[in-house]
Design a protein around this ligand. Structure first.
Ligand SMILES: *Cc1c(COP(=O)(O)O)cnc(C)c1O
Length: 532
């Protein structure tokens, strides 16, 4: 619910009756959960946490454009600022606080050695415009990571610069588009096939590049329907975009046959590698016949994400697509490293740049630290433990929740909502009740092919006793839901969160993107407007 909170009297003045945060306390706070106003609603004009000297008098060259009014910065002391941001940070659930079972996102622990390495002098204070002679080690680091990514995937080339998974998809599909163009077939091959269970970014990428997206149905085993796929292949198909393991948490067991059929039809095989965590060190996608695949460093290789950490989505490429890789890449001339970014000096037909500078250096450093601290054997164990954890969750819950598909899963356990049938409790209610139990909900309503989907990805980094408590919580909620008399209690959840249920539709349709003070209110009241 978008509501306005009357803060005109200040926090200690009490929050108006009925407003969010009205817990019957004088302050509006609930135990040590503190109601936090916006920073612009705090403080006193003129107060300042620092003692700055008067600016030197200089000749005004702004030609009458000098600001005359107040800049409007909140007047706060240092402790007020520190407390404000600390309190906000404590409202933000994080992987460092507990189980984060968000399927498809691979919210795994980010080892502290990564952070230590990323802050080393010479890495933490690098600037991308430094002379190349002063960043030889950094360029070697990028090259080493590239080497690992090529080895782990069994692919001959990698474009390092894409900034996230979706950006990597864009890069790979642009390379495919360029390769088709070079064959004189781009105009004819307009269709990209994507399974119905695909992550939304796959069809979005294809559509953004001007392809027509054709969905391929899944069979009753949650895999791509091979017959339907073969029937859809033809001289108009540019590529298939397939995730493996797929977003139902299942290995596409026909993948080699899919790859052969796609290539026989003259199309390319784009593999979405966001779920690489489930197979890293065990399967090389190159051996399965893929042409390109993005790797979400921020998932498989642990660099922090969610809550604002940057991503990194390098794309491995086959020999056929490598000539179209974007700038820049790292080359070694004799014993000197350099950045290839000049068309006159490279072979092939590079796409140009997708991004400023060289890629996400901080993420490269963390990913390489993760890879090197695990080694090849450790990475294999990552995949094995991730799959074991998910199957443990699946096995422990399958008698009381309803698995979407039969048989073992890969790194994610997928349930549908049939176990909630006739209870009056929906997937959303169930997820909200988890919040009261101290758990971030799993991924809900995705993949779309499964009704009321609940996708749980525990990852390899949760201890068994923590998994057991998580499982115990879900069993207890399931039992409560199935009594058939708990629907109201579920609909009221979460009771203990700083905010209850938000009207997400209203927030998306009528976002309030500009803060206004109480003496400068918005022209229209969005709540009233929505009601109209
Ligand atoms: C996370 C994910 C993506 C997108 O990656 P971003 O880094 O969020 O852009 C694409 N496909 C799948 C299957 C994913 O899980």
């Amino acid at each position: 619910m978008v509501q306005s909170l009357d803060r005109s009297q200040g926090r200690a003045g009490g929050v108006s009756a009925g407003a969010i945060g009205d817990h019957g306390t004088f302050t509006g706070n609930r135990a040590l959960q503190i109601e936090e106003p916006l920073i612009f609603e705090m403080g006193q004009p003129g107060r300042c946490g620092v003692d700055l000297p008067e600016p030197a008098k200089v000749k005004d060259r702004l030609n009458g454009l000098r600001r005359t009014g107040e800049i409007g910065l909140p007047g706060l002391s240092e402790p007020q600022v520190v407390q404000h941001y600390t309190r906000l940070s404590q409202k933000n659930y994080a992987i460092d606080m507990g189980v984060y079972p968000l399927g498809s996102c691979t919210m795994k622990h980010n080892p502290r050695i990564n952070e230590k390495v990323a802050r080393l002098p010479g890495i933490g204070d690098l600037h991308p415009l430094q002379p190349v002679s002063t960043v030889q080690g950094a360029l070697e680091l990028i090259d080493r990571l590239a080497h690992w990514l090529k080895s782990l995937t069994g692919m001959p080339a990698v474009a390092m610069s894409p900034a996230a998974g979706a950006h990597g998809e864009m890069c790979g599909m642009m390379a495919i588009s360029a390769a088709l163009e070079a064959r004189g077939e781009r105009a004819q091959r307009k269709v990209v096939l994507a399974p119905e269970s695909a992550h939304g970014t796959n069809p979005a990428t294809a559509a953004a590049l001007g392809f027509t997206v054709k969905p391929i149905p899944a069979n009753d085993r949650g895999r791509v329907d091979l017959t339907a796929l073969k029937a859809a292949l033809g001289p108009d198909v540019a590529a298939i975009m397939l995730t493996n393991p797929n977003t139902c948490g299942l290995f596409e067991s026909d993948i080699v046959e899919i790859s052969k059929a796609v290539h026989a039809a003259g199309a390319f095989f784009y593999c979405d590698g966001a779920n690489f965590n489930a197979i890293v060190g065990r399967v090389r996608p190159g051996d399965l016949g893929i042409d390109c695949m993005h790797i979400n460093l921020h998932k498989t290789f642990s660099t922090p994400h969610g809550g604002g950490g940057p991503g990194a989505g390098p794309v491995v490429l086959s020999a056929a697509l490598a000539p179209y890789a974007p700038y820049p890449w790292i080359v070694k001339d004799g014993d000197k490293w350099r950045v290839a970014e000049d068309g006159a000096k490279v072979e092939g037909a590079p796409l140009g740049r997708l991004k400023a500078f060289h890629g996400q250096m901080g993420m490269f450093t963390r990913a390489l630290a993760y890879i090197m601290s695990h080694g090849a054997d450790g990475l294999k164990q990552v995949a094995e433990d991730a799959v074991l954890s998910a199957n443990y969750v699946m096995a422990a819950l399958k008698d009381t929740m309803s698995p979407a598909f039969e048989g073992p899963c890969m790194h994610e356990a997928l349930f549908d909502d049939s176990f909630l049938k006739d209870t009056g409790v929906s997937t959303l209610d169930f997820a909200k009740a988890m919040i009261d139990e101290g758990y971030h909900p799993m991924t809900m309503y995705f993949p779309l092919v499964v009704h009321g989907a609940m996708l749980i990805e525990p990852t390899e980094s949760v201890a068994k006793e923590d998994l057991d408590q998580f499982i115990g919580t879900l069993r207890s909620l399931t039992t409560k839901a199935k009594t058939g008399t708990a629907a109201e209690a579920f609909k009221a959840a979460p009771l203990y969160a700083p905010r209850r249920r938000l009207d997400e539709t209203l927030a998306a349709r009528k976002p309030i993107l500009r803060w206004r003070s109480s003496n400068n209110p918005p022209e229209t009241d969005p709540v009233k407007q929505a009601a109209e």
